[in-house]
Design a protein around this ligand. Sequence first.
Ligand code: PMV
Length: 353
Amino acid sequence: MSCKFKSASIEVMAPSNIAWTKYWGKKDLQKGINASLSMPLKNCSTKSKVEFSFGESASKGPEVSLIFEGENKSDFLPKINTFFERAKELYPFIGELKSVRITSENTFPHSSGIASSASAFAALALAMEEVMAKIESSDLCIERASSAARLGSGSACRSFHAGFTLWGLLNGRGSEEHGVKIEKVESSFEKIYDAICIVSSKEKAVGSSAGHALMENHPYKEARIAQANENTKALLKWLDEGNIEKAGEVLEEEALALHGLMATSRPSYILMRPETLAIIEKVQEFRRDRSAQVYFTLDAGPNPHIIYFESSKEIVESELLPTLEELCENGRIIMDQKGDGARIIESFFEESL
Ligand code: PMV
């Protein structure tokens, strides 16, 4: 293949996502050991401009640079270089790239403890897909973009669709390679709110990659795979039937199972903080006392996501959230809701002479 372009500049936007059933543990080339289901966030996203320059590529791959929020970030480069190496099969034009310059920013506050690798790799993969589609004169292939994003960060493959996305194979439904959009949910699941309580914005003591690796020899590994797959199947049913209480039960069980796996791995570790538990108790108490449709979840960190529905929006926001502020770092709660998938903002191609 010899590329007809000299350069390309693609601007993209991709959301972060929060898992309702959790991906924890990898197999093969960054596939989950179990199925997971998530929703994209509306306000927490990454906006990137990716500038590709074609020409003779060095044997170690294209020269990559990353400017993140105005600063040169060389510490992320090894992960990005690995991504380019892995994505070559899907995007052979990588072999014809001289350089790639990524200029990126997050819409969520700096150092908020919210992981940005999902949104960042989804954005980068979509930019690559735009180039590939132009080379092939074809439509965008979102499955391919999602499969590529997975090679950078597993959960990134779930950031391509509006609404709920399944990753993993369950009774012939879904795919281990890429995220699959859940086309229909009952109307009460169309609008969902997420208030993210920032208990700590400090870097985690044990990162996700190390956590996934500890699942390899985890004594509960097989039981966890069965639990997550059963929970994902059940959740799909509750989304379809509109059963908020049952879906909330699964959501909370999955958050605690994830942190339970951390606490029982070797070496064991704890990412929750005392404030995390205090917030969890307040949410459960409020739900009981006020019959509110409000639940919590956690990703691999200490910051609870408070998930609530239209029917309880007013009381949660006016009565519950103010009581959680004092448990958050500088009273910080990020208000978000279920959002849309990754999209291209603008693209520009310069043809070779
Ligand atoms: O995509 P990674 O490698 O950052 O792993 C994410 C894992 C969790 O956020 C804890 C769960 C999930 O399914 O998103």
